[in-house]
Write a protein that binds this ligand. Structure first.
Ligand code: GTP
Ligand code: ZN
Length: 361
């Protein structure tokens, strides 16, 4: 079955474009239709297809073959589905390869990696300009953002509460190499023009940041204080009552698509090697000039990093943050590795014994 862009007007509103169309035309999705996941519930998903919304579940085969939780559909994913005739339901056969994904490692003795948002173009990292202002935390969010594959943008909210926003912006720019930093105030409707570049039609955005920094207020502001109407659609439930259905992905008036999931809001831990290197690109660049390749930047002679700290060109606190995050990442990575090896082993056995084929992509 082929789909034309014309049929896909509704999907376009949700970020569908020629790139996804090309992916979807691949042979392995033959006979299936594209849809985007707009909400995740405990046992099913809400999706939007060209013809409208449906509730969907993954096929039995999908469930059997999936090894990691992160392989299951997540909010923001484009999926290949088959609608069920005569029912407002569909089955999900496959998840189209993700362009970006925010992964949350649920802490605990067995870490589980969970995708809390997929296919974002931009990640708005929100930090308030009042007392909660925390550079070290921001660094960690930047690591996560770079690792996700989406482009980070720092929004410093509550500019109305800060007397010296421009100097705060400059401070943040100094710890966020290559990242745009904008001061905004939802309260005073200030700084929205600077965001227009990101809020374009078809772009997908997610907002991350600690509790209380103003994420909900920001979302309301960006959606013209009409979020409830944009995000939740009043419908009749099975008993004919009016209910407001919750969505975690919704178009904004600007045409951009917003992802706001509970998991995205609770982000805490990361395993993010590349993101770490990018977030601390300045230190990585310095370290490249150290005398020893495996310099730990502690007591070594000819250590350029130590020298930069001594000379005051590198903030000792930023360096400490770099080390600390690095250690945490290494620890998480070791844990992850042993768990995923165990999972793969048991899944290979399971697949082999039933003649199935194990696939991980
Ligand atoms: N002065 C001022 N206060 C703001 C602004 N934006 C948000 N606030 C206030 O900050 C508080 C927290 O805002 P929320 O939008 O609920 O923050 P949040 O990040 O969504 O918090 P969680 O839902 O806990 O994750 C509220 O009291 C808001 O009124 C702003 O631009 N200026
Ligand atoms: Zn060194």
């Amino acid at each position: 079955m082929t789909t034309s862009i014309n049929d896909n007007q509704l999907l376009t509103t949700y970020g569908w474009n020629d790139g996804w169309e090309a992916t979807m035309n691949g042979e392995r999705y033959a006979g299936l239709l594209p849809a985007r996941v707009t909400a995740q519930y405990s046992h099913c998903y809400r999706i939007v297809m060209a013809e409208g919304e449906r509730i969907a579940e993954v096929t039995g085969k999908f469930e059997f073959e999936a090894v990691l939780r992160s392989q299951f559909p997540a909010v923001g994913d484009w999926v290949a589905v088959q609608p069920l005739q005569g029912e407002p339901k569909a089955v999900i056969h496959a998840v189209l390869p993700r362009r970006s994904a925010m992964i949350r490692r649920a802490a605990g003795s067995v870490p589980v990696e969970q995708v809390v948002g997929a296919n974002m173009d931009y990640l708005f990292i929100v930090n308030a300009l009042n007392d909660d202002f925390n550079l070290r935390k921001l660094e960690r969010y930047l690591v996560a953002a770079w690792e996700s594959g989406a482009a980070p943008v720092v929004l410093l909210t509550k500019a109305d509460l800060c007397e010296d926003a421009p100097s705060r912006v400059a401070t943040v720019e100094s710890i966020a190499p290559g990242v745009a930093v904008h001061a905004v105030s939802a309260m005073n409707d200030q700084g929205k023009e600077a965001l227009e570049a990101y809020l374009q039609r078809g772009r997908t955005i997610a907002v991350i940041g600690s509790s209380g920094v103003g994420k909900s207020t920001l979302l309301n502001w960006l959606s013209g204080d009409d979020l409830q109407r944009v995000q939740g659609i009043r419908e009749d439930d099975a008993r004919g009552r009016h209910t407001t259905t919750h969505r975690e992905l919704f178009p904004l008036p600007s045409g951009a698509v917003m992802i706001d999931t509970p998991g995205m809001r609770e982000l805490q831990l990361w395993d993010a090697d590349e993101g770490w290197q990018e977030a601390f690109a300045d230190i990585e660049a310095l370290a490249a000039a150290c005398r020893f390749r495996d310099c730990r930047h502690e007591q070594e002679s000819g250590c350029v990093v130590k020298q930069a700290i001594a000379e005051g060109t590198l903030d000792a606190k930023r360096f400490a943050s770099y080390k600390k995050t690095g250690k945490e990442l290494a620890h998480m990575a070791r844990k992850e590795q042993s768990v995923s090896q165990r999972l793969k082993k048991s899944s290979n056995k399971r697949a082999a014994s039933k003649g199935g084929r194990y696939r991980l992509e």
